[in-house]
Design a protein around this ligand. Structure first.
Ligand SMILES: *Cc1c(COP(=O)(O)O)cnc(C)c1O
Length: 238
């Protein structure tokens, strides 16, 4: 990675951090209440390491393979976030590497993660992914089905359910994402009040490069931002 690319990433991060802080200020939230998860996908390991050196510790991947490849190449205090659709047969190798699994998007993966937790004799923090748009390429529990399935998800041993995750559709106008993010927050509130004995659903993972500010205004605790960090970098494939 060239010096020019490194300074581009550095200024992208500075601008993003400032925009996160401004969005927090608009709604009276502390910037500390929002965790930036850098989504690195096709970026090089050098670029990931640079973000680490600039102070980021939370990295998100939508493919298990990227986590397998990168985890050994980065310092041990990186917190890896699984944010994409994953196969149940990848759980055993991936789960021990994760700080948070955002994409518990169907019953089978919840069961597979639970079974692995039991096998390891520990709990793992997870988020339940809800499908709030009609986009057939998106995954997640349909909200009405989730209301029904949630009490059973709570019964699965080993899952430390911390909150919900969702994606909005990719629209040019980020305001179009607002009702989606708001409905995730309301779904969280509904699940919480219908299950008062359940865990506190304190995390909302929502917002990407084109809509993270709206997501923060609607209560996101984790924003998953990729392309904005690597904007202007001519290096995409390693
Ligand atoms: C790629 C991806 C992101 C980041 O998207 P950008 O638009 O590049 O910021 C966030 N969440 C998920 C689930 C993704 O797959």
């Amino acid at each position: 990675m060239s010096m020019v690319q490194a300074s581009q990433i550095e200024s992208n991060l500075a601008r993003l951090t400032r925009r996160i802080a401004e969005a927090c200020r608009r709604v009276g939230r502390s910037p500390d209440s929002v965790r930036l998860v850098a989504v690195t996908k096709t970026a090089s390991v050098d670029a990931v390491r640079l973000l680490y050196d600039l102070g980021l510790r939370d990295f998100g991947e939508s493919r298990t393979r990227e986590i397998w490849d990168r985890q050994p190449q980065l310092p041990a205090d990186v917190r890896w976030h699984m944010i994409g659709h994953w196969q149940t047969n990848k759980v055993r190798k991936t789960l021990p590497l994760l700080a948070l699994a955002h994409s518990i998007d169907r019953w089978a993966i919840a069961e597979a993660v639970s079974a692995e937790c039991v096998r390891l004799g520990r709990t793992f923090p997870v988020l339940i992914e809800a499908k709030l748009t009609a986009d057939e390429h998106k995954h997640g529990f349909h909200p009405e089905l989730l209301l029904d399935a949630y009490p059973r998800l709570l019964q699965l041993p080993g899952l430390d359910i911390c909150g919900l995750m969702a994606m909005a559709s990719l629209e040019d106008d980020s305001e179009e994402a607002r009702p989606v993010f708001r409905s995730l927050r309301l779904l969280r509130d509904t699940l919480q009040s219908a299950n008062p004995e359940g865990p506190t659903l304190r995390y909302l993972s929502m917002g990407m490069s084109n809509d993270f500010e709206v997501a923060i205004e609607e209560g996101a605790t984790h924003v998953r931002v990729g392309s904005l960090l690597f904007e202007g970098i001519q290096e995409s494939v390693q």
